[in-house]
Design a binder for this molecule. Structure first.
Ligand code: HEM
Length: 488
């Protein structure tokens, strides 16, 4: 099934030499662990047995199918250990859940890391001859655009990103009541923030009423793609597209509408807000207009559901832990009274880390090995598809004491030894040169929004039963989370 989700890219010009990455993990014990001459072969890796051709697809279907993939894989780790291989469908993948092995995999990702792409999207792109942004690029092309975006979104002073969040947060605070569904409000909020980043905070604040309808439309279309693409998960896209099955047709229509309306919005923004404020102006200095549109469309698509659902999980966590909520309110009041800026060890930042640990919207990270490497004592060859089980590492008691308890204090640096935190076991934005380009923006957005919400509302979750995580492209709530907000 993994292979049905994802198109596996072949890695060209692979050097077939045994390469030891001992320099990247410099303690003696690590070298012994990862680089022994007695390393075993791929065939020796514990393996989940399946049927010819379909592999273990049937077992997955019986376990609840793709919405439960993270739980299915978690169970496999419990049965088979921190490394195992499984052929779900035609391609064999190696799953790892040991934080050190995950660090090593990233250290070995090479200059142009390859990740695995959703097959439905690559089929669509090929059929419609669409060239896409960063997430879909590879090799030199990827590095070229990544080098333009890194200094703008990740490096140096990023306080302008915080300013860009302001108008969208104000809108959200004005709209929150108990009548509307929180997920559509948060979708709207996340698109508003990225539009504000594109044209600059003051342009956005002046024109937000005018742009509101277009943003609302885009938010609803993006939500639609998300629904239609998750319904294609277990069906090979080539087959679905060739025989034009109804699910494929719906997906195709929603993607075409989304790409068109995003492109229209970007062209509108680029022509009407030409004062160079915001990201669009900065990109236009370094790219052609076609390139700007291609890059920005994918920034909008990548920002939409990831940030909206991370915020919803954060509200869920804080809405069920009223002590945490009270402490957040006190901390924010205290900082404001003293006129201080939040430091990196603040309770607010630790609350966000904790929520992303338990609810990573991307529960699997992927890399295709560019070189042979020994991981967890097994020699893996170039081209191996590695799947890193972040959902599992974040909830493993070897990495976090009482892992299912929501406890922001476990991240408090002064208490780190006592609470036992393995930092590389929680990687919601991945790591290395191909990690999330929107990380700084997303973190600012989550911090500022949560701070404003706890200052303005007492809120709680009223669902009687715990809400589960299910996978619909990203990790989403298994049912509607019911919130009760009371203005204070
Ligand atoms: C809480 C919110 C977010 C989470 C948890 C998240 C997580 C991730 C993860 C796990 C990856 C994959 C990295 C890899 O393959 O190693 C990724 C890639 C990416 N993200 Fe995010 N993301 C978030 C928000 C955003 C935002 C706000 C933007 C846009 C400003 C964005 C744009 C992208 C892009 C363009 C990529 C592809 C990067 C590349 O291939 O070079 N993300 N994100």
């Amino acid at each position: 099934m993994i292979s049905k989700f994802f198109e596996i890219y072949s890695v060209k010009n692979i050097k077939v030499s045994t390469y030891c990455y001992s320099t990247m993990l410099c303690t003696k014990s690590n070298i012994a662990r990862y680089c022994t001459s007695s390393a075993k072969e791929l065939k020796d890796i514990p393996c989940a047995k399946g049927l010819p051709i379909i592999g273990t697809t049937l077992s997955l279907i019986l376990a609840g199918s793709t919405p439960k993939l993270h739980k299915y894989i978690d169970k496999r780790h419990q049965q088979l250990g921190p490394i195992f291989k499984e052929r779900i469908g035609p391609v064999e993948c190696v799953f790892i859940s040991d934080p050190q092995a995950i660090r090593l995999a990233f250290a070995c990702e090479g200059k142009y890391p390859y990740h695995v792409l959703p097959e439905a999207w690559t089929t669509y792109n090929a059929l419609h001859n669409v060239s896409r942004g960063l997430f879909f690029m590879n090799g030199q092309e990827w590095l070229h655009f990544r080098r333009i975006l890194n200094p703008l979104l990740l490096k140096g002073d990023q306080s302008w990103l915080k300013d860009c969040c302001g108008p969208a947060i104000e809108n959200l605070i004005g709209k929150i009541d108990n009548k509307y569904e929180i997920d559509s409000m948060l979708y709207h909020w996340s698109i508003e923030v990225i539009v504000s980043v594109l044209i600059g905070a003051s342009n956005y604040a002046e024109n937000k009423e005018r742009l509101d309808k277009e943003i609302g439309y885009l938010a609803s279309i993006l939500h639609l793609i998300f629904e239609t693409s998750s319904k294609l998960a277990l069906i090979p896209s080539g087959f679905a597209a060739k025989y034009r099955i109804p699910r494929w047709k719906k997906f195709e229509v929603s993607v075409t509408m989304a790409l068109k309306s995003t492109a229209d919005l970007v062209s509108n923004l680029a022509t009407n807000y030409e004062n160079g404020e915001g990201l669009l102006g900065k990109l236009k200095e370094q790219m052609t207009m076609n390139e700007v549109v291609k890059i920005v469309i994918d920034l909008i698509l990548a920002a939409g559901d990831t940030t909206a659902y991370s915020m919803e999980w954060l509200l869920y966590s804080v809405g069920r832990n009223l002590e945490v909520q009270k402490r957040l309110r006190e901390e924010i009041r205290d900082y404001e009274n003293k006129g201080l800026r939040l430091n990196s060890n603040s309770y607010l930042k630790n609350t966000i880390k904790e929520s992303l640990r338990l609810y990573p919207v991307a529960p699997f990270l992927t890399r295709i090995l560019p070189e042979p490497v020994t991981i967890n004592g097994y020699k893996l060859s170039a081209g191996t598809v590695l799947i890193m089980s972040i959902f599992t590492t974040g909830r493993d008691k070897r990495n976090f004491n009482n892992p299912l308890v929501f406890d922001p204090d476990r991240w408090n640096r002064s208490e780190e030894v006592r609470t036992g935190v393995v930092h590389s076991a929680a990687l919601p934005f991945a790591m290395g040169v191909r990690s999330c380009i929107g990380r700084k923006l997303a973190e600012a957005q989550l911090q500022l929004t949560l701070a404003k919400i706890v200052q303005n509302f007492d809120f709680k979750v009223t669902n009687k039963k715990e809400v589960d995580v299910i996978l619909k492209m990203v990790a989403v709530p298994s049912r509607q989370i019911e919130f009760q907000f009371k203005r204070i």
